[in-house]
Design a protein around this ligand. Structure first.
Ligand SMILES: Nc1nc2c(c(=O)[nH]1)N[C@H]1C(S)=C(S)[C@@H](COP(=O)(O)O)O[C@H]1N2
Ligand SMILES: [Mo]
Length: 548
């Protein structure tokens, strides 16, 4: 406390008036700090908006995306599974949201520090900008050249530091002498000493304009080129059509998955934070490595190939027993077997390393692409060009292997090689190098804790044993005996098979239902519970329900 204040306090002998003054001082301090925090956040917002506008114009990832991408690359497999389990396909939104929240918090703190130490506040802001620049520099999810890649992050740094300096100067005032006098009169009060309302408003409005302009430019130019390109694609009629879906492939119990999963309901798993933007006209696929002849395809070249149509059920390794990341679609594409035969695979090769436009890598056993299971480079899904989220313009689809070792989306490169010569993306992160889908079964109805009237206990679901086929499915109520269910018609052994069952003499109360499948080779699912990591979960799916 300074002498000045002490004398004031002495003058203010009325305790109520004194208290009032203290309250108002505290109020000023809090509202000043809030204002300063706001200044920090607005400055950061301007940096983000300006950089995202520039990113949209230069077609490079915005700094928030680059930072998020770096985070994803550093994510170990267990954390990915955790995120998928917690947030499902929203894990990306959660990641972007958290990045934004952390950034806003740092910006708010910088703003408050800026009241007394503007240079420190600017240094903190610049440091965050440098992190963004570093993340952009090593972001490999785009092929934009390094110079262009850095531009948005540099803009973010310059704009946020500039906006913060501008607003802080107007807020704090420049008049150091006046400020010292006022501070002496209001000790402990961070009140804006040399506050200049007009200059401050100008600074805030100017920064606000940057935010609005950045937003508008992002909206106008941030669209994907692939969307336009996809709209122009006509998928030719395949030379070899899939036989029609047999009658009775759909189990007739309401709530069981649709036999064909629509494109909009199809699960989505990818490491890319942003859907890679790959227009068909500049796309190129190269098949090379241990082959006699290197092959190159434009998108039109692929369309001109002998096209085949196949129904195949995709499955993700990240599913817990009963998990949702499985979908069945009709695909049109070119046989990998035919293409690899044409290229002429050399002896010694045992793997294919495929790469996507966002530089994700996947390793697939060569045999799965050259045998008769019907593996494809797919260009259509359920009668449409591949949706952008599902790999437009082309992706791999391989019956019987989990997606992370086979289903490369936004495919751009196929290298015939040896497993011993490379590491695919998920291998150093803890997943198995080779991962055939483990046969499994799932209850779709009842949902957990669903309740039925006693004479309407109709249940059902799906089971799959890709490349082998499902022979039998049984259910068990509570600890009762296993009972055979009704199997829906089999389409082909690369797809899932549906089942249904009615509990005829249902007893009121709360119960559990458990399912297990037997594959066509005679193996029955065991109750051994295994986690998805490293090569897929096992165990029986069970749900609780009630009968009234
Ligand atoms: N480029 C790329 N391809 C990818 C992935 C990815 O992250 N990037 N994920 C794989 C995984 S783990 C699965 S399960 C399937 C999912 O395909 P979908 O998103 O079309 O359902 O794609 C595979 N292909
Ligand atoms: Mo997956």
């Amino acid at each position: 406390m300074t002498g000045v204040t002490r004398s004031r306090v002495v003058i203010n002998t009325n305790p109520r008036r004194r208290e009032r003054r203290t309250t108002s001082v505290t109020k000023t301090r809090i509202s000043t700090k809030l204002a300063a925090a706001g200044i920090g956040v607005i400055a950061a917002g301007a940096g983000v908006a300006a950089s995202s506008g520039v990113a949209a114009l230069t077609n490079s990832p915005s700094p928030i995306i680059s930072v998020g991408n770096r985070f994803i690359i550093l994510t170990p497999a267990w954390l990915k599974d955790f995120a998928i389990q917690q947030f499902g396909t929203n894990d990306k939104a959660v990641l972007i949201g958290s990045t934004v929240v952390v950034l806003a918090l740092i910006a708010a703190v910088a703003g408050v520090i800026g009241l007394r130490h503007p240079r420190v506040a600017l240094a903190i802001t610049a440091a965050v900008g440098l992190v963004a620049i570093a993340a952009a520099a090593i972001d490999r999810t785009t092929d934009v050249n390094i110079g262009l890649k850095l531009v948005p992050a540099v803009v973010a740094l310059v704009v946020s530091v500039g906006a913060l300096a501008w607003m802080l100067t107007a807020f704090n005032g420049r008049d150091e002498r006046k400020k010292r006098v006022l501070l002496a009169a209001h000790p402990g009060d961070d009140a804006p000493s040399g506050f200049d309302r007009r200059k401050f408003l100008a600074a805030v409005m100017g920064t606000g304009l940057v935010i609005v302009a950045g937003g508008i430019v992002t909206k106008l130019f941030g669209g994907s080129a692939a969307a336009g390109s996809r709209a122009e694609v006509m998928i030719p009629k395949p030379a070899e059509l899939a036989p029609p879906i047999p009658a009775g492939a759909q189990a007739e119990v309401s709530g069981v998955s649709s036999y064909i999963t629509s494109n909009t309901n199809f699960y989505r798993i990818d490491t890319a934070l942003q859907v890679p933007d790959v227009p068909a006209d500049t796309w190129n696929l190269c098949i090379h490595g241990l082959v006699d002849d290197e092959l190159n395809f434009s998108f039109q070249d692929l369309l001109d190939e002998q096209l085949i149509e196949r129904r195949i059920t995709l499955t993700c390794v990240s599913n817990e027993v009963g998990g949702p990341y499985i979908g069945n679609a009709t695909w049109i594409g070119v046989s990998t077997k035919a293409l690899l035969e044409r290229a002429g695979v050399q002896s010694g090769a045992d793997a294919v390393k495929s790469t996507s436009a966002d530089n994700m890598t996947i390793g697939t056993p060569l045999g799965a692409l050259t045998d008769d299971r019907g593996s494809l480079i797919a260009i259509a899904m359920n009668g449409e060009p591949l949706p952008l989220e599902h790999g437009f313009p082309a992706r791999m689809v391989v019956p019987g292997l989990y997606g992370y070792v086979s289903a490369t989306k936004w495919l751009t490169d196929i290298e015939v090689t040896r497993f011993s010569d490379f590491d695919a993306y998920w291998t150093p992160r803890g997943y198995a190098e080779e991962a055939p889908i483990k046969f499994s079964s799932r209850i779709d109805v009842p949902k957990s804790f669903q309740s039925f009237d006693r004479d309407t206990v109709r249940v059902g679901g799906v089971a799959w044993a890709q490349t082998v086929g499902i022979k039998a499915i049984e259910v068990m109520v509570d600890d009762g005996p296993w009972q055979q269910v009704k199997l829906a018609a089999e389409d082909n052994i690369a797809t899932w098979r549906q089942w249904s069952w009615q509990w005829k003499d249902a007893t009121p109360g709360s119960h559990s239902l458990t399912v297990r499948a037997t594959d066509a080779s005679g193996k029955t699912q065991t109750s051994d519970r295994v986690k998805p990591l490293p090569d897929g979960s096992t165990g029986w799916h069970s749900v609780q329900f009630t009968v009234t």
